[in-house]
Design a binder for this molecule. Structure first.
Ligand code: KG4
Ligand code: ZN
Length: 357
Protein backbone atom coordinates (compact mmCIF):
# COMPACT_ATOMS: atom_id res chain seq x y z
CA UNK A 1 0.00 0.00 0.00
CA UNK A 2 2.95 2.35 0.66
CA UNK A 3 2.62 3.90 -2.83
CA UNK A 4 -1.18 4.23 -2.86
CA UNK A 5 -2.69 7.23 -4.61
CA UNK A 6 -5.22 7.80 -1.83
CA UNK A 7 -4.45 10.38 0.87
CA UNK A 8 -2.74 9.09 4.04
CA UNK A 9 -4.99 7.61 6.70
CA UNK A 10 -4.69 8.47 10.39
CA UNK A 11 -5.95 5.90 12.87
CA UNK A 12 -6.35 5.73 16.65
CA UNK A 13 -5.48 2.16 17.65
CA UNK A 14 -6.13 0.21 20.84
CA UNK A 15 -4.43 -3.04 21.94
CA UNK A 16 -5.51 -4.97 25.06
CA UNK A 17 -5.12 -8.62 24.03
CA UNK A 18 -2.83 -9.69 26.87
CA UNK A 19 -0.93 -7.82 29.56
CA UNK A 20 -0.21 -4.43 27.98
CA UNK A 21 -2.80 -1.65 27.78
CA UNK A 22 -1.78 0.28 24.68
CA UNK A 23 -3.04 3.07 22.43
CA UNK A 24 -1.36 4.80 19.50
CA UNK A 25 -1.99 7.21 16.68
CA UNK A 26 -0.53 6.17 13.34
CA UNK A 27 -0.58 7.90 9.95
CA UNK A 28 0.02 5.15 7.34
CA UNK A 29 3.48 3.89 8.35
CA UNK A 30 4.41 6.79 10.60
CA UNK A 31 3.94 6.68 14.38
CA UNK A 32 2.47 9.91 15.81
CA UNK A 33 2.18 8.52 19.36
CA UNK A 34 2.65 5.11 20.98
CA UNK A 35 1.64 4.65 24.63
CA UNK A 36 2.10 1.30 26.40
CA UNK A 37 1.10 0.73 30.04
CA UNK A 38 2.71 -2.53 31.10
CA UNK A 39 0.99 -4.78 33.65
CA UNK A 40 4.11 -6.82 34.39
CA UNK A 41 4.28 -5.61 38.01
CA UNK A 42 0.68 -6.70 38.64
CA UNK A 43 1.29 -10.23 37.32
CA UNK A 44 4.82 -10.78 38.68
CA UNK A 45 3.67 -12.10 42.10
CA UNK A 46 1.81 -14.90 40.26
CA UNK A 47 4.71 -15.79 37.93
CA UNK A 48 2.58 -15.30 34.82
CA UNK A 49 -0.40 -13.45 33.37
CA UNK A 50 -3.63 -13.90 35.38
CA UNK A 51 -6.53 -13.26 32.95
CA UNK A 52 -8.89 -11.75 35.53
CA UNK A 53 -6.19 -9.39 36.84
CA UNK A 54 -5.34 -8.40 33.25
CA UNK A 55 -8.94 -7.49 32.39
CA UNK A 56 -9.34 -5.37 35.53
CA UNK A 57 -6.07 -3.56 34.87
CA UNK A 58 -7.14 -2.81 31.28
CA UNK A 59 -10.41 -1.34 32.57
CA UNK A 60 -8.54 0.96 34.95
CA UNK A 61 -5.92 2.07 32.47
CA UNK A 62 -7.61 2.24 29.09
CA UNK A 63 -9.08 5.75 29.27
CA UNK A 64 -5.88 7.51 30.43
CA UNK A 65 -3.84 5.57 27.85
CA UNK A 66 -6.15 6.63 25.00
CA UNK A 67 -6.14 10.25 26.21
CA UNK A 68 -2.34 10.20 26.38
CA UNK A 69 -2.05 8.77 22.84
CA UNK A 70 -4.31 11.47 21.41
CA UNK A 71 -2.56 14.16 23.46
CA UNK A 72 0.93 13.12 22.36
CA UNK A 73 -0.15 13.03 18.71
CA UNK A 74 -1.56 16.54 19.24
CA UNK A 75 -4.54 15.89 16.99
CA UNK A 76 -8.22 16.48 17.48
CA UNK A 77 -10.93 14.04 16.47
CA UNK A 78 -11.46 15.65 13.07
CA UNK A 79 -7.99 14.36 12.02
CA UNK A 80 -8.81 10.74 12.90
CA UNK A 81 -9.99 8.60 9.95
CA UNK A 82 -10.74 5.43 11.89
CA UNK A 83 -10.63 3.57 15.20
CA UNK A 84 -8.70 0.29 15.23
CA UNK A 85 -8.71 -2.38 17.90
CA UNK A 86 -7.20 -5.82 18.41
CA UNK A 87 -10.21 -8.13 18.51
CA UNK A 88 -8.55 -11.57 18.18
CA UNK A 89 -6.81 -13.73 19.30
CA UNK A 90 -6.08 -13.19 23.01
CA UNK A 91 -7.58 -13.27 26.49
CA UNK A 92 -11.24 -12.71 25.84
CA UNK A 93 -11.89 -10.56 28.94
CA UNK A 94 -8.93 -8.36 28.03
CA UNK A 95 -9.88 -8.10 24.35
CA UNK A 96 -13.43 -7.13 25.33
CA UNK A 97 -12.21 -4.02 27.18
CA UNK A 98 -10.47 -2.72 24.06
CA UNK A 99 -13.27 -3.72 21.70
CA UNK A 100 -15.94 -1.99 23.82
CA UNK A 101 -13.82 1.17 24.10
CA UNK A 102 -13.20 1.23 20.33
CA UNK A 103 -16.84 0.65 19.44
CA UNK A 104 -17.97 3.40 21.82
CA UNK A 105 -15.48 5.89 20.36
CA UNK A 106 -16.42 4.91 16.79
CA UNK A 107 -20.09 5.43 17.58
CA UNK A 108 -19.69 8.72 19.47
CA UNK A 109 -17.35 10.32 16.92
CA UNK A 110 -18.90 8.73 13.82
CA UNK A 111 -15.64 7.05 12.73
CA UNK A 112 -15.09 3.78 10.84
CA UNK A 113 -14.23 0.80 13.06
CA UNK A 114 -11.48 -1.70 12.18
CA UNK A 115 -11.00 -4.97 14.07
CA UNK A 116 -7.39 -6.12 13.73
CA UNK A 117 -5.92 -9.60 14.18
CA UNK A 118 -3.14 -9.45 16.78
CA UNK A 119 -0.69 -11.45 14.66
CA UNK A 120 -1.30 -9.23 11.66
CA UNK A 121 -0.32 -6.38 13.97
CA UNK A 122 2.98 -8.10 14.82
CA UNK A 123 3.66 -8.48 11.08
CA UNK A 124 3.02 -4.75 10.56
CA UNK A 125 5.72 -3.84 13.10
CA UNK A 126 8.11 -4.56 10.22
CA UNK A 127 6.31 -2.03 7.98
CA UNK A 128 6.74 0.58 10.73
CA UNK A 129 10.44 -0.30 10.99
CA UNK A 130 10.87 -0.18 7.23
CA UNK A 131 8.13 1.91 5.57
CA UNK A 132 9.35 0.94 2.08
CA UNK A 133 8.82 -2.78 2.73
CA UNK A 134 6.50 -4.50 0.22
CA UNK A 135 5.07 -8.02 0.23
CA UNK A 136 5.79 -10.80 -0.50
CA UNK A 137 8.10 -11.59 2.39
CA UNK A 138 8.43 -14.20 5.12
CA UNK A 139 7.70 -13.36 8.76
CA UNK A 140 8.94 -15.33 11.75
CA UNK A 141 6.59 -14.45 14.58
CA UNK A 142 7.85 -15.51 17.98
CA UNK A 143 5.94 -14.29 21.03
CA UNK A 144 4.59 -15.50 24.37
CA UNK A 145 1.58 -17.05 22.67
CA UNK A 146 2.70 -17.81 19.11
CA UNK A 147 5.51 -19.28 17.06
CA UNK A 148 4.62 -19.04 13.38
CA UNK A 149 6.27 -18.82 9.99
CA UNK A 150 3.99 -16.72 7.82
CA UNK A 151 4.12 -16.02 4.09
CA UNK A 152 3.00 -12.37 3.85
CA UNK A 153 1.39 -12.03 0.43
CA UNK A 154 -0.52 -8.76 0.87
CA UNK A 155 -2.84 -6.88 3.24
CA UNK A 156 -5.08 -9.54 4.83
CA UNK A 157 -3.45 -12.25 2.69
CA UNK A 158 -1.35 -14.67 4.72
CA UNK A 159 -0.31 -18.29 4.49
CA UNK A 160 0.91 -20.10 7.59
CA UNK A 161 3.82 -22.28 6.55
CA UNK A 162 4.74 -23.54 10.01
CA UNK A 163 3.86 -23.19 13.66
CA UNK A 164 4.47 -24.72 17.06
CA UNK A 165 2.46 -27.81 17.89
CA UNK A 166 2.59 -27.13 21.63
CA UNK A 167 4.35 -24.37 23.62
CA UNK A 168 5.19 -21.04 21.99
CA UNK A 169 8.87 -20.01 22.03
CA UNK A 170 8.26 -17.19 24.56
CA UNK A 171 6.21 -19.52 26.73
CA UNK A 172 9.16 -21.95 26.78
CA UNK A 173 11.49 -19.11 27.85
CA UNK A 174 9.05 -18.12 30.63
CA UNK A 175 8.62 -21.70 31.87
CA UNK A 176 12.36 -22.44 31.89
CA UNK A 177 13.03 -19.15 33.70
CA UNK A 178 10.53 -20.21 36.36
CA UNK A 179 12.31 -23.59 36.69
CA UNK A 180 15.59 -21.77 37.21
CA UNK A 181 13.98 -19.45 39.78
CA UNK A 182 14.64 -16.35 37.68
CA UNK A 183 11.25 -14.57 37.72
CA UNK A 184 8.82 -13.22 35.15
CA UNK A 185 8.88 -12.51 32.25
CA UNK A 186 11.62 -15.05 31.68
CA UNK A 187 12.86 -14.26 28.16
CA UNK A 188 14.95 -11.17 28.94
CA UNK A 189 16.31 -12.77 32.16
CA UNK A 190 17.44 -15.95 30.36
CA UNK A 191 18.89 -13.83 27.55
CA UNK A 192 21.01 -11.81 30.00
CA UNK A 193 22.14 -14.86 31.97
CA UNK A 194 22.95 -16.84 28.80
CA UNK A 195 25.63 -14.27 27.88
CA UNK A 196 27.74 -15.57 30.76
CA UNK A 197 27.07 -19.30 30.23
CA UNK A 198 28.39 -22.07 27.99
CA UNK A 199 25.84 -22.90 25.26
CA UNK A 200 27.44 -26.32 24.79
CA UNK A 201 27.35 -27.26 28.48
CA UNK A 202 24.28 -29.48 28.22
CA UNK A 203 22.99 -31.29 25.13
CA UNK A 204 19.24 -30.62 24.91
CA UNK A 205 16.72 -31.92 22.35
CA UNK A 206 15.63 -29.51 19.64
CA UNK A 207 12.12 -30.97 19.37
CA UNK A 208 10.51 -31.70 16.04
CA UNK A 209 7.28 -32.95 14.50
CA UNK A 210 7.36 -36.27 12.68
CA UNK A 211 4.98 -36.61 9.75
CA UNK A 212 3.18 -39.86 8.88
CA UNK A 213 5.83 -41.85 6.98
CA UNK A 214 8.61 -40.75 9.30
CA UNK A 215 9.78 -37.48 7.70
CA UNK A 216 10.37 -34.45 9.94
CA UNK A 217 8.05 -31.48 9.29
CA UNK A 218 10.40 -28.84 7.85
CA UNK A 219 8.74 -25.76 9.40
CA UNK A 220 6.66 -26.85 12.42
CA UNK A 221 8.28 -26.73 15.85
CA UNK A 222 7.73 -28.26 19.28
CA UNK A 223 9.09 -26.93 22.56
CA UNK A 224 7.34 -29.08 25.16
CA UNK A 225 9.93 -31.89 24.93
CA UNK A 226 12.72 -29.36 25.42
CA UNK A 227 10.93 -27.95 28.47
CA UNK A 228 10.59 -31.48 29.92
CA UNK A 229 14.28 -32.15 29.25
CA UNK A 230 15.23 -28.95 31.12
CA UNK A 231 12.90 -29.94 33.99
CA UNK A 232 14.65 -33.33 34.29
CA UNK A 233 18.10 -31.76 33.99
CA UNK A 234 17.33 -29.21 36.71
CA UNK A 235 15.98 -31.94 39.04
CA UNK A 236 19.10 -34.09 38.44
CA UNK A 237 21.53 -31.21 38.98
CA UNK A 238 19.71 -30.11 42.14
CA UNK A 239 20.08 -33.66 43.52
CA UNK A 240 23.78 -33.49 42.68
CA UNK A 241 23.96 -30.29 44.70
CA UNK A 242 24.77 -27.67 42.04
CA UNK A 243 22.67 -25.65 39.60
CA UNK A 244 24.82 -23.84 36.99
CA UNK A 245 21.95 -21.57 35.89
CA UNK A 246 23.96 -19.57 33.34
CA UNK A 247 25.08 -22.76 31.53
CA UNK A 248 21.52 -24.13 31.51
CA UNK A 249 20.15 -20.79 30.24
CA UNK A 250 22.80 -20.63 27.50
CA UNK A 251 22.25 -24.26 26.43
CA UNK A 252 18.46 -23.79 26.33
CA UNK A 253 18.66 -20.50 24.42
CA UNK A 254 21.08 -21.97 21.88
CA UNK A 255 18.81 -24.88 21.07
CA UNK A 256 15.72 -22.63 20.70
CA UNK A 257 17.68 -20.27 18.43
CA UNK A 258 18.93 -23.23 16.36
CA UNK A 259 15.42 -24.72 15.98
CA UNK A 260 13.86 -21.40 14.93
CA UNK A 261 16.71 -20.47 12.58
CA UNK A 262 16.69 -23.84 10.83
CA UNK A 263 12.94 -23.63 10.13
CA UNK A 264 12.86 -19.98 9.11
CA UNK A 265 15.79 -20.30 6.71
CA UNK A 266 14.41 -23.53 5.21
CA UNK A 267 11.05 -21.81 4.57
CA UNK A 268 12.74 -18.75 3.05
CA UNK A 269 14.89 -20.88 0.72
CA UNK A 270 12.14 -23.34 -0.27
CA UNK A 271 9.62 -20.56 -0.99
CA UNK A 272 12.13 -18.14 -2.56
CA UNK A 273 11.72 -15.30 -0.06
CA UNK A 274 14.61 -12.85 -0.07
CA UNK A 275 13.32 -10.94 3.00
CA UNK A 276 12.73 -12.40 6.45
CA UNK A 277 11.01 -10.12 9.00
CA UNK A 278 11.07 -11.08 12.67
CA UNK A 279 8.31 -10.11 15.09
CA UNK A 280 7.05 -10.76 18.63
CA UNK A 281 8.81 -10.40 21.99
CA UNK A 282 11.29 -13.25 21.39
CA UNK A 283 12.67 -11.30 18.39
CA UNK A 284 14.57 -9.37 21.07
CA UNK A 285 16.59 -12.46 21.93
CA UNK A 286 20.29 -11.91 21.27
CA UNK A 287 21.00 -15.61 20.62
CA UNK A 288 18.22 -15.81 18.02
CA UNK A 289 19.37 -12.61 16.33
CA UNK A 290 22.96 -13.83 16.04
CA UNK A 291 21.97 -17.25 14.80
CA UNK A 292 19.60 -15.83 12.15
CA UNK A 293 22.24 -13.33 11.03
CA UNK A 294 24.88 -16.05 10.67
CA UNK A 295 22.55 -18.23 8.60
CA UNK A 296 20.89 -15.53 6.47
CA UNK A 297 23.95 -13.54 5.41
CA UNK A 298 25.67 -16.15 3.21
CA UNK A 299 22.35 -16.86 1.47
CA UNK A 300 21.68 -13.19 0.73
CA UNK A 301 18.47 -13.21 2.80
CA UNK A 302 17.70 -9.74 4.16
CA UNK A 303 16.61 -9.67 7.81
CA UNK A 304 14.30 -7.07 9.35
CA UNK A 305 14.41 -6.78 13.13
CA UNK A 306 12.00 -4.05 14.26
CA UNK A 307 13.12 -2.13 17.37
CA UNK A 308 12.21 -3.88 20.61
CA UNK A 309 9.38 -1.47 21.53
CA UNK A 310 7.66 -2.49 18.27
CA UNK A 311 8.39 -6.24 18.70
CA UNK A 312 6.61 -6.53 22.05
CA UNK A 313 2.88 -5.81 22.23
CA UNK A 314 1.98 -2.24 21.25
CA UNK A 315 -0.87 -0.42 19.53
CA UNK A 316 1.23 1.29 16.82
CA UNK A 317 1.55 -2.02 14.95
CA UNK A 318 -2.24 -2.46 15.18
CA UNK A 319 -2.77 1.07 13.86
CA UNK A 320 -0.36 0.50 10.98
CA UNK A 321 -2.25 -2.65 9.90
CA UNK A 322 -5.51 -0.69 10.17
CA UNK A 323 -4.33 2.11 7.87
CA UNK A 324 -3.62 -0.50 5.17
CA UNK A 325 -7.07 -2.06 5.63
CA UNK A 326 -8.68 1.39 5.58
CA UNK A 327 -6.80 2.24 2.37
CA UNK A 328 -8.13 -1.00 0.88
CA UNK A 329 -11.72 -0.09 1.87
CA UNK A 330 -12.05 -2.76 4.58
CA UNK A 331 -14.31 -1.80 7.51
CA UNK A 332 -15.63 -3.82 10.45
CA UNK A 333 -19.28 -3.79 11.48
CA UNK A 334 -20.25 -2.33 14.86
CA UNK A 335 -21.26 -5.87 15.84
CA UNK A 336 -17.52 -6.73 15.96
CA UNK A 337 -16.82 -9.11 18.83
CA UNK A 338 -13.77 -10.28 20.76
CA UNK A 339 -12.55 -13.79 19.83
CA UNK A 340 -10.04 -15.72 21.91
CA UNK A 341 -8.98 -17.74 18.85
CA UNK A 342 -8.97 -16.89 15.15
CA UNK A 343 -6.63 -18.30 12.56
CA UNK A 344 -4.66 -15.66 10.66
CA UNK A 345 -5.88 -16.90 7.29
CA UNK A 346 -9.44 -15.95 8.38
CA UNK A 347 -8.54 -12.31 9.02
CA UNK A 348 -10.76 -10.99 6.21
CA UNK A 349 -13.80 -12.29 8.12
CA UNK A 350 -13.37 -9.27 10.40
CA UNK A 351 -14.49 -6.93 7.60
CA UNK A 352 -17.80 -6.32 5.89
CA UNK A 353 -18.37 -5.71 2.17
CA UNK A 354 -15.61 -3.64 0.53
CA UNK A 355 -16.12 0.15 0.45
CA UNK A 356 -14.63 2.03 -2.50
CA UNK A 357 -13.02 5.42 -2.00
O1 KG4 B 1 5.05 -10.32 21.76
P1 KG4 B 1 5.02 -10.28 23.26
O2 KG4 B 1 5.29 -8.97 23.94
O3 KG4 B 1 3.62 -10.73 23.80
C1 KG4 B 1 2.85 -11.72 23.24
O4 KG4 B 1 2.10 -11.44 22.28
O5 KG4 B 1 3.01 -12.86 23.73
O6 KG4 B 1 6.03 -11.41 23.74
C2 KG4 B 1 6.27 -11.67 25.10
C3 KG4 B 1 7.24 -12.84 25.20
C4 KG4 B 1 7.44 -13.32 26.61
O7 KG4 B 1 7.29 -14.74 26.64
C5 KG4 B 1 8.88 -12.91 26.93
O8 KG4 B 1 9.53 -13.78 27.83
C6 KG4 B 1 9.51 -12.99 25.55
O9 KG4 B 1 8.52 -12.46 24.68
N1 KG4 B 1 10.76 -12.19 25.46
C7 KG4 B 1 11.96 -12.73 25.22
C8 KG4 B 1 12.91 -11.67 25.26
N2 KG4 B 1 12.24 -10.51 25.51
C9 KG4 B 1 10.91 -10.85 25.62
N3 KG4 B 1 12.32 -14.00 24.97
C10 KG4 B 1 13.63 -14.26 24.78
N4 KG4 B 1 14.59 -13.31 24.83
C11 KG4 B 1 14.29 -12.01 25.05
N5 KG4 B 1 15.26 -11.08 25.09
ZN1 ZN C 1 1.79 -10.19 20.89
Amino acid sequence: MGESATPPKTVLAIETSCDETAAAVVCDRQILSNIVASQIAAHRPYGGVVPEVAARQHLETINPVITAALGEANLDWSAIDGIAVTCAPGLVGSLLVGVMAAKTLALIHGKPLLGIHHLEGHIYASYLAEPGLQPPFLCLLVSGGHTSLIAVLGCGNYEILGQTRDDAAGEAFDKVARLLGLGYPGGPLIDRLAQTGNPQAFPLPEGSITLPGGKIHPYDSSFSGLKTAVTRLVAKLKLEGELPVADIAASFQAVVAKALTKRAIAAAVDHHFSTLAIGGGVAANSGLRQSLQRAAEPLGIRLIFPPLRLCTDNAAMIGCAATDHLQAGHLSPLTLSAQSRLSLHRVMELYGPKIDH
